[in-house]
Design a protein around this ligand. Structure first.
Ligand code: ME8
Length: 509
């Protein structure tokens, strides 16, 4: 039986900078999504990588006094190193300086030229190196790019892509594919942008060298966004459209991006692909931006959040949980120490951690350290089990909408119900009055915790698996096919000595 496939991508990160919380955030969201789909039976490809060409990177290499390729190799490694630190399970890592990519971008170019969508002209206008984007005079705000980045006047020969011809096809595509851009507010922004005037796009530069040469005209190098966006199809095997990987994985299911780079992904990229007669990705999700204690994060303010330091201070899984739980995915969020510690202590340690520790600790002491044998289930037990069994369907809907916070809220509803159930059923009293009933209550709780831990794997993989170890769940019985009544815990299974999985936050001395 062939499994359904799922292809998800992060943006490829500019190698002009060290990785920060913004990069970690996009990557973690994709990792949770990829892990969820793998556990749900999909054949997944999860791609991340680095964007290594263009003026911005060339300038960064110059200031470091390094050859651009040596520089990008060094900085790209910092992004690669972040992945194991975040426990991210990507399937591929692409660098735009790799031969496979250069071949792919040049083929895209040829397809565009062959179909008459690229012509030679002259660009005269503003360019922001920080955004790697062109701006018209009318778009400037107080002499700056709308993003606040400085702009410089550029006047040079340039190839143009006939973007203006793609206005109608794009609008038709958005209308026919209402899920292509999410969240909805962002979709409306893109539609209103495209409904205005779309100008042809300059797609080559002649004033610097660090990039992919235009086939047949070495004086020009390709515009870095045309180069960068193509990475997604390169990794799927393009230009070999007959390859197994390409046939299986292209088009991508989700391009996850920050809201600042939505236009490139939701306007330029589909236009390039339509013009090149290649299939379009299914969805672009634009997430919001993080601030630090209410302030915009910037190097000049010196408040950039280093993901390694966060992990060291709060632990990896609490950080993963916080970022995906704290704000509705798509909205902006504020990182504050108080909020981070609050989530770690109340959600993870008190609610979820304590639930499993109470139940497993009690079984270790009072129920022979094994999965108890249940007797007849009461209405309360049935309701508790039904809530756990129903969670997969709800969680799946939330993930399919990239609503990580909603998925977690749904899971926490059941965590809360289980904590109330344990207090109401009071197994510690039943121990003396009705040991058979106690066994049924504990069994019900173990089953609920098993469901919670299995469903929490995408967000807190390390901790969820530790919990599953303590529940005696075999490593090959942790995917979503094992949820529900058909795979209940076997009574009599020996349980290892439990230890708390989610410790409370302790302030460093
Ligand atoms: O844009 N909060 O790369 P990049 C949340 N190379 N997300 C943030 C953030 C913050 N404070 N700061 C940055 C590029 N980001 C291109 C992409 S893809 C073909 C090419 C996010 O390294 C930002 O929104 O500047 C973006 O999605 C990502 O970090 C990469 O930024």
């Amino acid at each position: 039986m062939t499994r359904p496939r799922f292809y998800i991508t992060t943006p490829i990160y500019y190698v002009n900078d060290v990785p920060h919380i913004g990069h970690a955030y996009t990557t973690l969201a994709c990792d949770a999504m990829a892990r969820f789909k793998r556990l749900d039976g999909y054949d997944v490809m999860f791609l991340t990588g680095t964007d290594e060409h263009g003026q911005k990177v060339e300038t960064a290499a110059e200031s470091a006094g390094m050859d651009p390729l040596d520089f990008t190799t060094q900085v790209s490694q910092n992004f690669r190193d972040l992945l194991p630190a975040l426990n991210v399970a990507n399937d591929d890592f692409i660098r735009t300086t790799e031969p496979r990519h250069i071949k792919s971008v040049q083929e895209i170019w040829r397809r565009l030229i062959d179909r008459g969508h690229i012509y030679l002209g002259k660009y005269a206008g503003w360019y922001s190196v920080r955004d790697e984007a062109y701006f018209a005079e009318s778009e400037l705000v107080d002499g700056m790019a709308p993003t606040g980045a400085p702009v410089e006047w550029v006047e040079e020969p340039s190839y143009f892509f006939d973007l203006s011809k793609w206005r109608e096809p794009l609008l038709k595509f958005y209308e026919e594919n209402p899920d292509f851009i999410a969240p909805n507010t962002r979709r409306n922004e893109v539609i209103s942008f495209v409904s205005g005037e779309l100008r042809d796009l300059s797609v080559s530069r002649t004033s610097f060298k660090w990039g992919v040469p235009v086939p047949g005209d070495d004086d020009h190098i390709m515009y870095v966004w045309l180069d960068a966006l193509t990475n997604y199809i390169t990794a799927a095997g393009f230009p070999d459209t007959e390859s197994e990987t390409y046939k299986k994985f292209w088009p991508a299911d989700v391009h996850m991006v920050g809201k600042d780079i939505l236009r490139f992904h939701a306007v330029y990229w589909p236009a390039f692909l339509m013009a090149a007669e290649l299939p379009l990705p299914r969805r672009v999700f634009a997430h919001g931006w993080w601030t630090n204690e209410g302030q915009k994060i910037s190097k000049s303010l010196g408040n950039v959040i280093d993901p390694h330091e966060l992990i060291e201070t709060y632990g990896l899984d609490p950080v993963r949980y916080f970022l995906l739980r704290e704000v509705p995915f798509g909205n902006d969020g504020d990182f504050s120490r108080t909020a981070m510690i609050g989530r770690k202590n109340s959600d993870l340690a008190n609610d979820f951690g304590n639930l499993s520790q109470r139940v497993l600790g009690f079984i270790a002491k009072n129920a022979d350290a094994q999965v108890p044998s249940p007797n007849a289930f009461t209405e309360a037990d049935e309701a508790m089990l039904a809530a756990a069994d129903a969670l997969l369907a709800k969680t799946r809907v939330a993930y399919d909408n990239q609503a990580f916070n909603r998925a977690l809220e749904g899971i926490w509803d059941v965590v809360g119900a289980a904590n109330r159930y344990i207090d109401e059923q009071a197994p510690w009293t039943l121990r003396k009055t009705d040991p058979e009933r106690m066994a049924t209550v504990l069994y019900t709780l173990l089953e609920v915790i098993r469901h919670l831990a299995i469903l929490m794997q995408p967000v807190v993989p390390g901790s969820a698996n530790l919990m599953l170890d303590q529940l005696g769940v075999a490593a090959d019985a942790r995917d979503f096919a094992h949820l529900g009544a058909a795979h209940r815990l076997a009574p009599g299974t020996a349980l290892p000595k439990p230890a708390p999985v989610f410790p409370r936050h302790v302030e460093a001395e």
